[in-house]
Design a protein around this ligand. Structure first.
Ligand SMILES: Cc1cc2nc3c(=O)[nH]c(=O)nc-3n(C[C@H](O)[C@H](O)[C@H](O)COP(=O)(O)OP(=O)(O)OC[C@H]3O[C@@H](n4cnc5c(N)ncnc54)[C@H](O)[C@@H]3O)c2cc1C
Length: 507
């Protein structure tokens, strides 16, 4: 593998195998060996290896990067998961766990010489306990299915990624996923009590407990957000919260992104923690309005959606305070939802922002970074300058209250130059986020997408410490190798991934 101007040949530090592209003959021989071994521990219908069967698994939501695995395992029992892991460990085969593949950073992208371990069949809700307000579920259960199962008890699972209809709790744990309600109710890491799973060697492990705390180091927090590199989650206990009696939403228009960004900081500074505080800029508003007709103000440079939930009295008081803060911050128009149907209409645009972007561009790259709230306006203006610099359009929709940006860079993946400019644009956003005191990911993870940006954030020594943690769990580096931790002092960027991991395909 070659990368960078100096043509240095390197292997990702956490990759167990030489990553130089194998010859077709080498790959076929290895595939045959791995398939024969896996057929000893899995029924034939639980193993896919023909090209037409493995193609759907070649990427996640970061569709510009694709790689077919040697095989896809679809176990149904824990004993089968354990046997797959033990077999792969014995043969030194990389294993990439997969939920439903909605990840946006290439976290579930296969390894060229590895297998995909699909947990899609682990989709049972094991217990809902209204007394302790917890749910025990298998890792392949969809995020929304937990809330649906808890609804009869007046409870729900708070972290709500926009992809919640499809994404799994296992994927949420691996990415420490967030959503609109996480400003008030916390991210995945704040809402998961216990994870049981297996190490790369197939050893059963449990992190956390169903009690308030667990003895020893807080390895639960280390595993949540570890992108499937430390262990495979199988069973999860999550917290449930009572459904609020009422929720209402304010839609506020602003004639400049600076005023809208400053208004976000002003709401929090006033001591209000809204149930959701989201922002959309003018290009995004136009795209979603055209798609879902939510009634958004098309003259506004930016709009904010600010939600309040609780008892009717709490909501009335908070809506009043938020309205006052937004007005003094320069809102040009305010609308407060008067019914549940109207509240859902306000949110319909925000929730459909990604598909709406797909209607105005052949491809888009959804970036994910965080910055201190007070720098929101600064970064949005910097992104406007970058649009000119890279000659590409960008729409912004994001969790403003958390300072979690989601710039959607629009491009055409059929045009290699546009893809290259989109990558540079994305890297620039990451660099600027770090320079503004932020982080290169808020909720989508690093995957392969942000390998290079890890060096903007961390020193080589810090990266080596991360590698040390990985090795403590997975000495052979078999779980999701080549993700998250770049090789110190070498390239390890998306360009490298392209060269190594596979052909670029149209999204
Ligand atoms: C339209 C759209 C909207 C989105 N909105 C949001 C949002 O609002 N907030 C947000 O945070 N994300 C969002 N996402 C990103 C994505 O949905 C989340 O990252 C989600 O948690 C991924 O879940 P998944 O089951 O699809 O995981 P996958 O994509 O299959 O895998 C993601 C990572 O988790 C690992 N993994 C999966 N299952 C396990 C397991 N059982 N054990 C160990 N590792 C595992 C994989 O190896 C990979 O590294 C969005 C994506 C899309 C397409």
């Amino acid at each position: 593998m070659q990368c960078g101007a100096d043509g240095t040949t390197v292997a990702p530090m956490n990759a167990p195998l030489p990553t130089a592209a194998p010859s077709p003959q080498e790959r076929a021989a290895r595939q045959d060996q791995v398939v024969q071994a896996l057929l000893q521990v899995l029924p034939a219908q639980a193993l896919l290896w023909h090209t037409e069967d493995t193609t759907p698994y070649e990427c996640d939501g970061l569709t510009a990067y694709r790689q077919r695995p040697l095989a896809v395992c679809l176990p149904e029992t824990e004993a089968q998961v354990q046997a797959v892991l033990r077999t792969c460990h014995r043969l030194g085969v990389p294993v990439v766990a997969r939920g439903t593949g909605t990840g946006l950073s290439g976290g579930a992208m296969p390894h060229a010489m590895g297998v995909i371990l699909s947990l899609a069949r682990f989709n049972r809700i094991l217990a809902i306990d209204p007394a302790s307000r917890t749910a025990r579920v298998q890792c392949g259960v969809r995020n929304l299915a937990i809330s649906e199962a808890a609804a009869p008890y007046g409870l729900y699972y708070a972290p709500d990624p926009s992809s919640q209809i499809a994404c799994t709790i296992g994927g949420n744990i691996a990415e420490n996923s967030g959503g609109v309600h996480c400003l008030k109710y916390g991210l995945t890491v704040h809402n998961v009590m216990r994870v049981r799973g297996f190490t790369a060697e197939g050893e059963e492990v449990t992190f956390g407990s169903e009690a308030l705390d667990a003895p020893g180091y807080d390895l639960l927090a280390a595993v949540i957000g570890s992108e499937g590199m430390l262990a495979v989650a199988i069973e999860v206990t999550v917290k449930l919260v009572p459904k609020p009696q009422l929720a209402r939403c304010i839609m506020a228009s602003f004639d400049s992104v600076r005023k809208a960004g400053d208004a976000v900081a002003a709401v929090i500074a006033a001591g209000i923690i809204p149930a959701g505080l989201e922002m959309m800029d003018k290009p995004m508003t136009a795209a979603v309005e055209d798609y879902v007709h939510a009634g958004y103000d098309l003259t506004a440079e930016a709009i904010l959606l600010c939600e309040s939930d609780g008892t009717p009295e709490e909501v009335e008081e908070e809506i009043g305070r938020m309205s006052a803060v937004l007005q003094s911050a320069g809102a040009t128009a305010l609308a407060v939802s008067q019914s549940e149907a109207e509240r859902m209409r306000f949110w319909s645009g925000r929730k459909n922002a990604f598909p709406a972007s797909g209607r105005i561009s052949p491809d888009y790259m959804c970036m994910d970074s965080t910055i201190p709230r007070k720098r929101l306006a600064d970064i949005l203006l910097a992104i406007q300058d970058m649009e000119k610099k890279y000659g590409l359009r960008c729409c912004n929709v994001f969790h403003a209250g958390d300072g979690n940006l989601h710039p959607l860079i629009l491009f055409d993946a059929n045009d290699a130059d546009q893809l290259h400019r989109a990558e540079q644009f994305g890297a620039d956003i990451m660099k600027t986020s770090v320079a503004f005191g932020g982080a290169i990911t808020g909720e989508h993870g690093v995957g392969v997408e942000k390998l290079a940006s890890m060096r903007e954030q961390f020193t080589d020594a810090e990266l080596q410490q991360m590698e040390g943690l990985k090795r403590a769990f997975d000495p052979q580096g078999l779980l999701n190798p080549g993700k998250v931790i770049p090789t110190p002092n070498r390239c390890g960027d998306m360009g490298m991934m392209k060269a190594v991991q596979g052909a670029l395909s149209r999204a």
